[in-house]
Design a binder for this molecule. Structure first.
Ligand code: HEM
Length: 140
């Protein structure tokens, strides 16, 4: 790389990270099928929401007013989102951020992703019926 990595400065930086992350996630052997075949995620439609979300986390603009748990609850009802999937998500996110940026906000982006992933997993776990662990995804 010819330019030294700088910290995440603005929404353009966030958008570039988010696009690079989803490019990887869509091509990933574990996460790709979830995003592409099950969620049928439309990145162009989803991108402004993800940028609002990360802008709010990193730049404190308050642009994101959604409920991040809801789509994951819906998805988890279709295909159980496993700890391995969350670990992969975090590995791809961390690699994408660290490749492009260095600094406090970059570190915050990685740390917050890990914290939120943990919170999402706890909430998903709490929403699953206790005896439904093997049955949930068996039909698909
Ligand atoms: C196994 C891991 C994950 C999978 C498979 C996954 C998948 C998805 C999908 C399919 C959507 C819906 C996209 C759409 O509306 O078309 C979504 C939304 C979202 N995800 Fe994830 N996600 C994962 C982990 C995470 C983590 C760790 C974070 C945060 C650090 C996160 C943040 C969000 C946010 C903010 C939204 C938008 C919520 C809204 O619509 O307001 N996701 N995710």
């Amino acid at each position: 790389m010819s330019i030294a990595p700088h910290d995440i400065a603005d929404r353009d930086d966030i958008e570039a990270v988010v696009v690079a992350f989803y490019r990887r996630a869509f091509a990933d052997d574990l996460l790709g099928p979830v995003f592409v075949d099950i969620a049928r995620m439309d990145l162009a439609a989803h991108l402004p929401t993800m940028c609002d979300f990360w802008e709010t986390v990193l730049l404190r603009t308050g642009a994101y007013r959604g409920n991040a748990l809801r789509p994951h609850l819906q998805l988890d009802a279709e295909v159980a989102l496993t700890p391995a999937m969350f670990e992969r998500w975090l590995a791809l996110w961390t690699a994408t951020v660290e490749e492009r940026h260095r600094g406090e906000r970059a570190e915050h982006a990685v740390a917050q992703a890990r914290r939120i992933a943990g919170a999402l997993q706890r909430r998903l776990g709490a929403s699953r019926p206790a005896d439904d662990r093997t049955g949930a995804a068996a039909g698909g």
